[in-house]
Design a protein around this ligand. Structure first.
Ligand code: ZN
Length: 349
């Protein structure tokens, strides 16, 4: 079974950089993996963690005594996880789980832990709290690896680190313990505090080529036709393509479009602001919702034009371009929630 890093498609330059670092044992102690959502940043982070934790990487294991004498020894390369040792298996996420079981691989994410687990009274809704950093990082980073060959912290959506959380992390980022590594994931790295940015090494992940997205979808069981159709609308994000092809997500999209259109018809502004709450969703998910809304406006414009209702067709076309623009802003340095809020105020106006 290959290591996870070995199975990551479409991010060859980033993976090559990580392999070179592994080969010469110079893996940086703090990276920011930056790039759009759904292009493999998280998979690369888990792949690097797996390689750092693997018990066999870079070792030679004596061959067993076979029927015809001793078998040749197995030499494991220094650049890859073996994929099969206990550390390798426990570094992977099991289906449906958001945290691996290996004690030396710790995941931080807003809302990932119960309030009581991180010593809080209230749930973490706004940001990754200083409590999470204290409980998960400061209490552990000072000690070396628990059992493995390294200790790895993966921070999902690192731009959500609160100011005090980021400050609490700074000292550890500056002087981490021996063999301690931080992998910060972000689609909007410009929103990280400059002090964090200056202590980390940036590694870029590009949008995936549509052909790669289609290939992965086909491997996951989609028909060739569906894979091509979804990948064409994915903008290089596998997460987005998966959302588009998921029937449960289709129901969510229809519900969102109905709710959005209803909110725009109301006199009160409150339903529109309630929709802006959707901005707290994962960005790939939100982009898919906005896409569905744009398509609804496009269809409305087309039927209005066919019915000879020029004004209605124009209005729908303006709404269509506004939604498209908001979708593009999501990918840049914008707060998703503010983007959605501004969009709905504009659509009402
Ligand atoms: Zn291994």
């Amino acid at each position: 079974m290959p290591g996870l890093l070995d199975t990551l498609l479409g991010q060859e330059p980033a993976v090559a950089t990580l392999r070179r670092a592994l080969a010469v044992d110079k893996v940086h102690h703090a990276y920011v993996f930056d790039g759009p959502d759904g292009v493999g940043k998280e998979m690369a982070a888990f792949g690097l963690a797996q390689a750092l934790l693997c018990e066999r990487r870079g070792t030679t294991v004596e061959g067993a005594r076979g029927l015809f004498g001793p078998e040749p020894p197995t030499v494991f390369p220094t650049t890859e996880a073996c994929g099969t040792c206990s550390a390798c298996t426990r570094s992977l996420l099991r289906p449906g789980e958001k945290r691996p079981v290996h004690p030396d691989l710790v995941v931080l994410e807003r809302g990932l832990y119960e309030a009581s687990q991180i010593g809080r009274r209230t749930p973490e809704t706004q940001d990754i709290s200083v409590d999470q950093v204290r409980t998960l990082v400061l209490a552990r980073a000072a000690f070396g690896p628990h059992e493995g060959r390294a200790k790895v912290f993966i921070i999902r959506r690192a731009e959500e680190l609160g100011i005090s959380a980021a400050n609490a992390l700074l000292k550890t980022l500056e002087e981490p313990g021996n063999r301690v590594h931080f992998l910060l994931l972000s689609s909007v790295p410009d929103r990280l505090l400059p002090t964090i940015r200056s202590r980390t090494q940036r590694l870029r992940f590009a949008p995936l080529p549509a052909a790669t997205v289609a290939l992965i979808l086909e491997k996951e069981g989609k028909s060739k036709e569906d894979a091509l159709r979804l990948s064409a609308r994915s903008e290089g994000s596998l997460a987005r393509a998966r959302q588009l092809g998921d029937p449960a997500a289709t129901a969510t999209r229809d519900e969102f479009v109905a709710r959005a259109r209803d909110a725009l018809r109301q006199n009160s502004i409150l339903p529109a602001l309630a929709i802006a709450e959707e901005g707290k969703k994962e960005k790939a998910e939100l982009a898919v919702l906005l896409d569905a809304l744009a398509i609804a406006f496009a269809e409305e414009g087309r039927s209005a034009a066919l019915a000879g209702e020029g004004d209605a067709a124009d209005r729908a076309s303006v709404c269509f371009s506004r939604v498209l623009r908001a979708t593009r802003e999501l990918d840049r340095n914008a707060s998703p929630q503010l983007t959605v809020e501004a969009l709905f105020l504009e659509l009402r106006g």
